[in-house]
Ligand binder design. Structure first.
Ligand code: M6R
Length: 351
């Protein structure tokens, strides 16, 4: 039942990811030999950047900062000329990002800017030194879904290419098997398709679940899943207008958990043993805990509701974890009879 553009966009992700794995990446030696990376983006694009931060640090061993382009002009960040700027934007038209880049280029004209963008003829492409156009196709709904996955694939591939480039120069710096990483990536389209098929037996039908009577919800993630908690919360806010907040699972216990009360829904992303003991406490307080993780994972049984996903390499699980969050946002909005494709007050890009 693809009766909305958002649901159609969600279901296109297996093909989009396959297409993004197939394109050539025009990465010059200048890009590959960067000493550090500064990634600038807004909204969902920034969340994709925060996921990729883990890949650049752990796989390519390159220092990276992910910055909110909307806050750039309020600060005076120092940009060294050996830094690669990655400008990440679905539309390529986001004013905050364009302003930040214009300011950087004015101060440091020699800086290399690599744009990753879904709209090929956008101002961002003209401002950048090089560009990778994600073959996601037009994303008609305001909520970013397939463009988010497209950005993730391209960033994962860049991290692997940087690792490969570095390993040729000094093999001891990058102790990972490049061919293993590339093999991991190849299974993504099928794993996304299978996960979506299984999930759509239960969600993505436009019907609200019991706990969707709440006006608030918390999403908890640790490490690379923390930005997915932020992304899920953004999807729920902009489509269903619920007060959703994403937290690092550890940080949530340092104060925010005082908001909990019986019936409060909590979504736990890939809970490990440490998170699971907190979730047991939250269940004892009467909260409703929804777990998302790999099929058969030992920390899922006993939670109030569980969404299981295909089992792929851990470093790529964010591609799957985001899927039920997109579908739940769709369901919650539809159950409130909201226009999921065109939320109130919002436009597809903030120009
Ligand atoms: O086109 P961009 O990627 O630059 O847009 C950035 C944000 O405005 C955008 O991701 C926004 O947060 C989405 N509506 C989220 O779904």
């Amino acid at each position: 039942m693809n009766d909305s553009i958002m649901l159609k966009n969600i279901c296109e992700q297996p093909n989009v990811v396959a297409d993004c794995l197939a394109i050539e990446l025009p990465l010059s030696d200048r890009v590959l030999s960067a000493q550090r990376i500064m990634l600038l983006a807004c909204g969902s694009s920034r969340h994709a950047g925060l996921v990729a931060q883990h890949w650049f640090e752990t796989i390519a061993k390159i220092p990276i900062q992910v910055l909110d382009a909307a806050a750039w002009t309020d600060r005076s960040p120092l940009v060294e000329s050996n830094t690669l700027i990655i400008a990440l934007s679905q539309s390529g038209k986001t004013k905050d990002l364009l302003e930040a880049l214009t300011q950087i280029k004015a101060v440091t004209p020699e800086i290399q800017v690599l744009a990753i963008v879904n709209g090929s003829d956008s101002p961002l492409v003209h401002l950048a030194d090089s560009a990778i156009v994600t073959p996601a196709g037009p994303e008609g709904a305001v909520a970013a879904t397939k463009s988010f996955s497209a950005q993730l694939v391209i960033l994962a591939r860049i991290a692997v290419n940087l690792a490969e480039y570095k390993s040729l120069i000094s093999p001891s710096i990058v102790p990972v098997s490049i061919s293993k990483l590339r093999t991991d990536l190849k299974v993504l389209p099928q794993a996304i398709a299978k996960s979506l098929n299984n999930l759509q037996r239960h969600i993505g039908k436009g019907v609200g679940l019991d706990w969707m009577v709440s006006e608030s919800i918390v999403l908890l993630g640790r490490g690379i899943q923390q930005p997915i908690a932020l992304e899920g919360a953004l999807k729920l806010k902009e489509t269903a207008y619920v007060h959703a907040e994403g937290f690092g699972a550890g940080d949530f216990c340092h104060g925010p958990m005082a908001i909990l009360k019986p019936g409060f829904p909590i979504i736990a992303l890939m809970p490990d043993q440490k998170m699971r003991s907190d979730l047991d406490r939250f269940q004892a307080l009467g909260c409703t805990v929804i777990g998302i993780g790999k099929r058969g994972h030992e920390c899922l049984p006993g939670l109030d509701q569980v969404f299981e996903l295909e089992s792929i390499a851990d470093w790529l699980m964010s591609f799957l974890i985001v899927l039920p969050l997109q579908l739940l946002a769709y369901d919650w909005a539809r159950s409130r009879e909201l226009n999921v494709d065109q939320p109130r007050y919002l436009t597809k890009f903030i120009g």
